[in-house]
Design a protein around this ligand. Structure first.
Ligand code: PMP
Length: 328
């Protein structure tokens, strides 16, 4: 049998006890899977619902996996050199924070470009880890941040863009580690996985790895109801940070998925608050969206006695200034 340690070896990600870690980068992964007994009882769930807590990663989100994987993969392929290459990425989200800790730990300079108006907490975290933050006009949105990052890339001799929406190391690390952990922790007894779709790396990587191992296993993506482009709607503004980028990324393979469920911001926040209140697990907004979708499946007759794993990408505290906390 392949063990988690063997599979995750190429990345050096977190393995069982009895080890002193060489670097914080090696602390990525190995996140726990936890049962939700109170939600199960409250909603009379027919399926067993488990939550994978990705905020157990060192910088607190699922993006630590790709922050580490994209950089380590580029090093292995000789594309970047510590102390020399400048990393540049347009991102207003968790990816910036994840790249910042890897850049600091491995000795790279990092410039993150983002639209003005991105939350002050994120900008300060980036500055704390010595990343340079370049703000682009709010009216240009993410397109402005992408254009500026490309400009820096073109005018700097040894610069490299991880490009999370187009980098195969993104789905690959989820196939090698996230999926592997789910498989090991459930001893192969997993029937359904639910994951929010931002880059689509999490859902695609998990689907690729687990469907090959278990016939009939289903993987569902989740997108915001306010911007349900994968279900044929128009892109629109929404408050579920991290998912629903408004386009179909190269890192998402919809062929691998059994469906894309839609969840509104209101439903996502309600689920995330219930999880905090009933289970003592304060999760982020996109986690609430995935949980809401998982709860919806878990009451269906066809999933009676099955195991549904829901991915929780981040922790509630990263959203202190958002509607997750309004009125509390
Ligand atoms: N939720 C949050 C909070 C995220 O930061 C991300 C990553 N953008 C996701 C969900 C979606 O993950 P992925 O990019 O792998 O689809």
């Amino acid at each position: 049998m392949t063990t988690k340690t063997q599979k995750a070896e190429g990345y050096g990600f977190a393995a069982p006890r009895g080890r002193v870690y060489d670097s914080v980068v090696n602390l990525v992964g190995g996140t726990p899977l936890v049962a939700l007994p109170h939600l199960m009882q409250d909603d009379s769930l027919k399926a067993r619902l488990l939550l994978k807590l990705e905020f157990f990663n060192p910088l607190g989100s699922v993006k630590d996996r790709i922050g580490a994987a994209m950089v380590l993969d580029a090093e292995r392929r000789g594309l970047i050199t510590p102390g020399r290459t400048l990393l540049v990425e347009p991102t207003s989200g968790n990816t910036g924070i994840s790249l910042a800790f890897v850049a600091a730990a491995r000795g790279y300079r990092l410039i993150v470009t983002m639209p003005e108006g991105a939350s002050i907490e994120r900008r300060r975290m980036l500055r704390l880890m010595d990343a340079q933050v370049e703000l682009t006009p709010a009216r240009l949105g993410m397109a402005g941040a992408i254009a500026r990052a490309n400009e820096i890339l073109n005018e700097t001799p040894d610069a490299w863009m991880p490009d999370q929406f187009d980098n195969p190391a993104n789905p690959a690390v989820h196939a090698a580690t996230t999926a592997e952990e789910i498989w090991q922790d459930t001893a192969g007894n997993v029937d359904v996985v639910v994951a929010g779709v931002g880059t689509g790396g999490t859902a695609t990587g998990i689907a690729t790895a687990l469907k090959a191992r278990r016939k009939g296993l289903e993987v569902f993506g989740v997108e915001p109801a306010e911007s349900a482009i994968l279900n044929g709607d128009e892109p629109g503004p929404h408050g579920i940070q991290g998912i629903g980028p408004g386009f179909c990324p190269a890192t998402l393979d919809t062929e691998q998925l059994d469906g894309i469920l839609t969840v509104s911001e209101r439903e996502a926040i309600a689920a995330s608050r219930r999880c905090a209140r009933l289970e003592g697990i304060p999760i982020g907004i996109s986690s609430g969206a995935a949980l809401h979708a998982g709860l919806r499946l878990a009451v269906e007759e066809r999933y009676k006695g099955k195991t549904i794993v829901v991915i929780a990408p981040s922790f509630a505290e990263r959203y202190l200034s958002t509607s997750l906390f309004t009125g509390l």
